[in-house]
Design a binder for this molecule. Structure first.
Ligand code: SF4
Length: 712
């Protein structure tokens, strides 16, 4: 029976769908939670992770409760005051900066940070310390999409919204499993198809996932052949006359070079490379060509690749040659894996960008931010270290100190041994986190306890550019502080107190909003009071230029006038090479490993791993291989196997299934330690190759072998 006393509307802090939730504080002190029926993104629906979100804050058994530090790693961490922890950190940072320069320190943050937190860390290191060494775990999941959008559309701007689902008649899902990873999006897709049987769903994926099971056409391509497939679809669209010549003439460049490129392979050659039938490519192209609404969704299968940017461009090309963008139901939609990956992009939370989609390499942009912040230093004119570069630089002592906020790189980084030895060698490590489940805590010189979801306030932006407000609903335990407050207190210890003299988060938000004036993400019409009152608004919404629709203020869809953010206002079609440059299999490691999520876990399980109900779905890590590959190796269902690669191994139970292609195996990414060892950690096997433009790692393609485990 419900004993409601106090209800709060908030936003789920897992994936980038950004579902609205209503949390109720019951009179018995417990929390209950349900989907927010009034929230435009989820309309009351929640997935298994979202439904159980409140348990993660009610269980405080492993919370970090007070600051701790140690003078060297052989000593145990000891409880200290906030002043002591921040003063020592500031003293160490100042010493390194004086002796080795500002690039000797770095912040590694997270797509789970709120927008105000992202903004403050950027302001501190870029505008006051004078280094661009801030990067985020979002580098590991969507930086290829950022670059793809920029190169094609002029800026990192998602052109579409969730309401485009119901206006589409062909939905192309590629390199994504939204049925498990973005379930509420997928429920909207399935409901739309159920009500409109003519709607076609195409899914390109080397695995047969739950998303594939509700699709009309599965293009079960060989891993790494996405560009070959998209170019072949492009060729058929050109040859069959599905191209929008008026749109190309008036609004896009690069078509001739694109045609020349895609004509270099026949459809039969492309089909052979992809390992599928030419008819299937013809069918996909025909549906796309005839569609009134062509919407594409993608995530890590395209992004987490050594050719991730080109994969993105090859997909966006299909929208540009057909003019299927800037109209209801049409457009390329990059889904985001984290709740505020978008907010990080907006506030400059990558090593190469500045707030308001400004660029580090642009002198005018640097000057605008220096003036705005009244910076005591020049903003560095070169990008800082990206995620993988930071750990490489720590390992060889180019980087002396790292401050890790709300992320767990010892499970999530590729080629994990590099990250682990880097943290061991690092001269100074600060870890700011919610719980001691994060493996990084054990490598820290200073540990700072952070407030969790519901214990702090601020804003986030979901995958459809929707900024939402999250109120503080409960107090943080012990001495834990909101991340924003930790940063502004530290800035004061560094001697920047005058510029970080905030009393509350709304002041940080309102300052950030002023930075966006005149940029493509201009939200000067959305002050903190309005976002609190309205709960969610899609950017841009400039002051005095209200583009209202229905009851929801903001801009639902971009490029409706086909004016893009490039200098000449024209979209750019790119002729992209289709060769995959991933690590190649050989005799010793003949299989390709791809890693990914399972339905009920999220990231490195520091939150979902605490919820008994979620752990029941799939309690242990596993590897999936094709039955024929298993037969070749005398492996039977459920046996313990060793998956080995050029950098390490894992030891897990095997599942035999033709859901994976022959030659492919799949390992979930979530587990760090199991039974006290790291033998379930997928990133023991992945490699450090990155896309040259986005610097995003190649998580979806590593060479491995699978063999029966034999006791030594
Ligand atoms: Fe949370 Fe994503 Fe599930 Fe929505 S779909 S409830 S945002 S995890």
């Amino acid at each position: 029976m419900k004993t409601t006393s106090n209800s709060f509307k908030s936003t789920c802090c897992y994936c980038g769908v950004g579902c609205g939730v209503v949390v109720t504080k019951e009179t018995n002190g417990q929390l209950t939670l349900e989907g927010d029926k009034e929230h435009p993104s989820n309309k009351g629906m929640l997935c298994s992770k979202g439904m159980n979100l409140h348990y993660t804050v009610m269980d405080q058994s492993d919370r970090l409760l007070y600051p701790q530090m140690r003078l060297n790693r052989s000593m145990p961490l000891q409880k200290v005051s906030w002043d002591d922890a921040l003063e020592r950190t500031a003293a160490v940072f100042k010493t390194f900066i004086k002796k080795f320069g500002p690039d000797s320190v770095a912040f590694y943050v997270s797509g789970q940070c709120l927008t105000e937190e992202y903004y403050l860390v950027n302001k501190l290191i870029k505008g006051f310390i004078g280094s661009n060494n801030i990067d985020t775990n979002s580098r590991l999941c969507m930086s290829s999409a950022v670059v793809g959008y920029k190169l094609a559309l002029g800026e990192d701007s998602v052109p579409v919204c969730y309401d485009d689902i119901e206006a589409a008649d062909v939905i192309y899902v590629t390199g994504a499993n939204p049925a498990w990873c973005h379930p509420i999006i997928w429920r909207r897709v399935e409901a739309h198809k159920a009500a409109n049987p003519h709607v076609k769903i195409i899914c390109a994926d080397p695995r047969r996932t739950d998303t594939v099971r509700s699709s009309d056409l599965h293009l079960q391509i060989q891993p790494g052949t996405d560009i070959v497939l998209n170019n072949a679809i492009g060729r058929i669209l050109v040859e069959k006359g599905y191209v929008d010549n008026d749109f190309i003439r008036d609004h896009a460049d690069g078509y001739e070079a694109f045609v020349e490129k895609i004509m270099q392979r026949t459809i039969q050659e492309a089909a052979d490379i992809c390992g599928i039938q030419p008819d299937a490519i013809e069918q996909a192209a025909e549906w796309i060509g005839k569609a009134n609404g062509f919407l594409s969704f993608w995530t890590m299968g395209l992004n987490q690749s050594v050719i991730g940017v080109n994969k993105n461009l090859s997909l966006i090309n299909l929208h540009l040659i057909t003019g299927k963008i800037g109209k209801p139901g049409n457009g390329p939609f990059s889904l985001t894996g984290q709740p505020n990956a978008m907010g990080g992009r907006e506030t400059g939370g990558l090593a190469n960008i500045l707030p308001g989609h400004r660029e580090v390499l642009n002198a005018t942009h640097r000057e605008e931010m220096e003036n705005f912040w009244k910076s005591p230093v020049k903003i560095a004119d070169k990008p800082g270290l990206t995620a993988t570069e930071m750990f490489e630089a720590l390992a060889d002592d180019r980087l002396k100190a790292i401050w890790i906020i709300n992320t767990n790189p010892l499970v999530s980084m590729p080629d994990i041994n590099v990250a682990e030895s880097a943290l061991k060698k690092a001269r100074f490590v600060v870890v700011q986190d919610v719980s001691n489940r994060a493996d990084t805590v054990h490598f820290a010189d200073v540990v700072l306890p952070a407030a969790a979801w519901l214990e702090k306030e601020g804003t986030m932006t979901n995958a459809e550019r929707r900024i939402t407000h999250l109120p503080k609903a409960i107090d943080a335990p012990g001495e834990a502080l909101p991340d924003s407050e930790i940063i502004w207190r530290f800035a004061e210890k560094m001697g920047f107190g005058k510029s970080f003299n905030y009393q509350n988060v709304s002041q940080v938000y309102d300052e950030y909003v002023r930075v966006t004036a005149g940029t493509s993400i201009d939200v000067t019409g959305v002050d903190y009071d309005l976002i609190q009152k309205n709960r969610s608004i899609q950017w841009p919404l400039p002051l005095g230029q209200e583009t209202y629709y229905g009851e929801n203020p903001g801009t639902k869809r971009l490029f409706t006038d086909h004016q893009f953010y490039t200098q000449n206002k024209r979209a750019q079609i790119h002729a992209v090479a289709d060769e995959n440059t991933s690590e190649q299999p050989d005799e010793d490691f003949p299989l390709v490993l791809t890693t990914g999520r399972i339905r009920d876990q999220w990231h490195t399980m520091t939150k979902t791993g605490r919820v008994a109900k979620l752990n029941k779905h799939i309690p242990q890590p596993f590897v999936q291989i094709h039955p024929e590959d298993a037969k070749d190796r005398n492996i039977q269902e459920g046996q313990l196997v060793v998956v080995s690669g050029r950098r390490g191994e894992v030891r897990v139970k095997v599942q035999l299934t033709d859901d994976v292609r022959r030659g492919l195996c799949f390992l979930p990414m979530h587990w760090g330690k199991i039974l006290g060892s790291n033998l379930g950690r997928a990133n023991n096997l992945t490699n450090n190759l990155v896309d040259p433009k986005s610097k995003e790692p190649d998580f979806k393609f590593s060479a491995v072998q699978v063999a029966l485990y034999k006791k030594p």
